[in-house]
Design a binder for this molecule. Structure first.
Ligand code: C2E
Ligand code: MG
Ligand code: MG
Length: 760
């Protein structure tokens, strides 16, 4: 409900701001939807990619673990073998010493052996732990007391031992010592020892792993690092310096106590590491191979971020592209919309726009009527005031329509000076008031900027919506409003007509006439009848009036039925010229057969008379048949002369100069102005039959008639009276001094042959 109300308010606001039309419905590209789709696609793609990366990185981690396992196994075997080897060499030397028991000899042997092997130092202790060392360079260190060294003591008990790490008393480096017992006569006679720098062992495990990011170290059971390929690791406590997950450290310590191999993980300086711990053969030592986890995933992460960045750039690019395309299509659609649905001059709807908007309204509600408005003589306004003035008027009408428009109504500029409005009611009184209101407002307009006071009047046809099927038929409404409108065309002032059945049948009749007229013309169904005119003095035929008859298989049709239709569709021009030709042909025939030639009058329609080259056309025909112009009398009606006396005056003058007679027909039927007689130079005045027909104010009528006849006589204009039906009529006319009589009293209009029979 609230939504509807808001829509209504918006509509009212638009109308008040002079926007009379709604936006045409258009299939909008949902830009948000499009961008959302792109983003969703990008997110899905990224998620898939992330998942793949995760999988790859897991695989990679497993492979890393396998690699570290293999590597550490290799290192363990290298280190273990090295130590075993050292002990083995020592044992070999010890066996050799056994047979050369004197200390001098021992010294010599060891000196030689030391040169063969790459020990840092080699030494001998007797059972009292007294002895000597020989350095790498063969230098002798005498009187060494070995009693403080556990590993020597242990060897003295018969074990082959590897020592803990010692600070070297003779040098700057840490060392590891090896010791084996020496036997003499089946008894342990002393101990042979040798030492090597810790660096020597570090060298063994020095292969860089993971481009130097990983490391390999050797630790003692308490966690102290004593060898390794990374300087900073040395002299640290592996277990103390790293953070292990809760309880993990204890587990590691317990595992180490058991000599178990372990795969562990830990944190150092915020970085995660994985490590393989492998037990070495001596002293509870462990070899640890480690690598930062980050390193493992680094490449994948880099690839992922690269992809993410690419996806982001693509999303942005696509979004910009979509926005751009949307902008372009929206603009061009708007332009097309304008051209297709709006009138370029007034900015209001054109037929197409109205069709769409009106049908939309009619589907929602059937309480509607259609009013079509036209301006009287719009062509004349264009012609006299210029096209600019005409356009300004149309814009003004459009503005008035917009201002008079209510919610849920539309209007349009149909064509030329025709506007239409769909009015939201079926109530005739309201409709009449609204249409009149619109026309009154339009009439306030001053054409040409208001200097000249030319009155603007409209005529309007209205039809209320009638449902013939499920869907309202807008085309039929337009037809009906048009029919109603055409019934009031040409009347003075603002005019309004509602469509009804009568109008429908009238339109039907007109339609039938229009459909048949061309064929009838070709078949010469239009024939000349002549009504004789009688000279009142001699009571003899003195002239005739040509009147058209439409004679078809269906019978004779009176001009009163079809002339108004032809006058509206312009066909009358052809008919009038045709009648002139036929009359000329007739007179030519009379001329050739030596008969008297009677002047014949011809009715001239407004449209024929107003043709630009009218006089030339008439003269061409007359000259073509070679008849005398004096015998052709052209009848113009009083109303024609009253409408635009300037044009009529000039044409009449030119006709008369060419010798053609001019007669004013139906004088006294409208608002006759005696000025006409003053301004127009005519040969004949035909008094309307109304003068003789009227009985009510008979006396007054006849007085007027008498004065007109007198005045005409003074002006030297021949007078003819129409509708003479009785002998009384004849008498009155004779008394009044009328020249000629025409009417049923003498003869009805008759075919030419019959006229000839009477006249000759
Ligand atoms: P109009 O020119 O005033 O012609 C006289 C009309 O009065 C004729 O009607 C004629 O039949 C009728 N009439 C003649 N005598 C009497 C009478 O005593 N009593 C009565 N009641 N009527 C009489 P019609 O032939 O039906 O023509 C009607 C009108 O149609 C003509 O009026 C004329 O304006 C027009 N018309 C006829 N033929 C033509 C034509 O070829 N071209 C044009 N433009 N108009 C024509
Ligand atoms: Mg006439
Ligand atoms: Mg007449």
């Amino acid at each position: 409900m609230r939504k509807e109300k808001r829509a209504e308010e918006r509509e009212m606001q638009r109308l008040s701001q002079g926007e009379y039309f709604r936006e045409m419905p258009e299939t909008k590209i949902n830009i948000r939807k499009a961008i959302l789709t792109v983003i969703t696609a990008a997110v899905l793609l990224s998620a898939t990619f992330l998942y793949i990366i995760q999988l790859l990185s897991q695989t990679n981690r497993r492979e890393t673990e396998v690699y570290m396992d293999e590597l550490s196994e290799q290192y363990v075997s290298i280190v273990d073998r090295q130590m075993e080897g050292e002990l083995h060499i020592l044992s070999g030397i010890g066996a050799f010493i056994d047979s050369h028991i004197s200390e001098e000899d021992i010294y010599e042997v060891l000196k030689t052996e030391n040169q063969k092997n790459d020990f840092l130092r080699i030494g001998y202790a007797d059972r009292n732990y007294q002895g000597f060392y020989i350095n790498e360079n063969g230098q002798l260190i005498e009187n060494v007391d070995f009693s403080a060294y556990d590993f020597v003591r242990s060897a003295m008990e018969g074990k082959q031992t590897v020592s803990q790490v010692y600070e070297d008393v003779y040098g700057p480096k840490n060392i590891i010592c090896f010791a084996v017992p020496v036997y003499g006569g089946g008894e342990i006679s002393g101990v042979l020892t040798a030492s090597n720098t810790v660096d020597f062992f570090s060298e063994l495990i020095n292969r860089p792993i993971f481009q130097g990011k990983g490391g390999t170290i050797m630790i003692s059971p308490d966690g102290m690092v004593f060898a390794g390929n990374q300087e900073e690791e040395k002299q640290n406590n592996f277990l103390e310096n790293n953070q292990f997950p809760d309880g993990e450290k204890e587990k590691i310590q317990a595992g180490m106590a058991q000599g178990e191999d372990m795969d562990i993980s830990f944190q150092r300086n915020g970085k995660s590491y994985i490590a393989a711990m492998r037990s070495l053969a001596y002293n509870g030592w462990y070899l640890v191979c480690m690598v930062p986890v980050e390193k493992v995933n680094d490449e994948f992460r880099a690839a992922f971020f690269l992809f993410l960045a690419a996806a982001l750039v693509l999303v942005i690019l696509f979004s910009v592209l979509i926005c751009y395309i949307h902008h372009i299509t929206h603009k061009s659609r708007k332009m097309l919309n304008r051209v297709a649905y709006y009138d370029s001059l007034t900015g209001s709807y054109n037929r197409n726009g109205f069709d769409v908007a009106a049908k939309e309204l009619l589907l929602k509600n059937q309480d509607y009527a259609l009013a079509l408005f036209d301006v009287h003589n719009f062509k004349f306004i264009n012609y006299s005031f210029g096209k600019e003035a005409g356009n300004a008027l149309l814009k003004y009408i459009s503005k008035v329509m917009g201002e008079m428009l209510r919610a849920d109504e539309v209007f349009y500029h149909r064509h030329a000076d025709c506007f239409g409005m769909l009015i939201h009611t079926r109530d005739k009184e309201i409709l009449e008031a609204r249409a009149k209101g619109i026309m009154k407002k339009i009439s306030e307009y001053q054409v040409g900027g208001g200097d000249e006071n030319y009155p603007i009047y409209c005529y309007c046809g209205i039809t209320v919506l009638q449902m013939f099927s499920e869907t309202p038929d807008l085309d039929r409404m337009v037809d009906r409003a048009n029919m109603a409108k055409s019934t009031v065309k040409g009347f003075q002032g603002n005019q309004l007509a509602f469509y009804d059945e009568k109008i429908y049948w009238e339109a039907e009749r007109r339609n039938r006439i229009e459909q048949k007229m061309e064929a009838a013309f070709a078949n010469r169904e239009f024939q000349v009848y002549i009504q004789p005119k009688y000279d009142l003095k001699s009571e003899k035929v003195c002239a005739g009036e040509a009147l058209v008859r439409w004679i078809s298989k269906e019978g004779v049709m009176s001009p009163a039925e079809f002339i108004p239709v032809f006058e509206q569709n312009g066909f009358i021009v052809r008919l009038d010229m045709y009648m002139l030709e036929e009359v000329c042909r007739l007179q030519k025939k009379w001329q050739e057969s030596g008969h008297k030639i009677y002047p014949i009058s011809l009715n001239q329609s407004r449209l024929a008379f107003y043709q630009k080259n009218y006089v030339e056309l008439v003269m061409n025909i007359i000259n073509r048949f070679g008849v005398r112009p004096e015998n052709i009398i052209l009848e113009i009606t009083e109303s024609m002369a009253a409408d635009d006396s300037k044009v009529v005056e000039s044409v009449t003058n030119r006709l008369r100069e060419a010798g053609v007679g001019v007669s004013m027909d139906d004088f006294g039927s409208g608002y006759s102005s005696l000025n006409l007689l003053r301004d127009l130079s005519i040969d004949e005045l035909k008094l309307d039959r109304g003068f003789l027909m009227q009985t009510e104010h008979e006396k007054r009528n006849l007085d007027i008639m008498s004065s007109i006849l007198q005045m005409a006589a003074k002006l030297n204009i021949r007078t003819v009276c129409e509708g003479v039906e009785t002998p009384e009529h004849v008498n009155i006319l004779k008394e009044m001094g009328c020249d000629v009589a025409q009417g049923f009293y003498y003869s009805a209009p008759i075919p030419a042959v019959e006229f000839e029979a009477i006249a000759f």
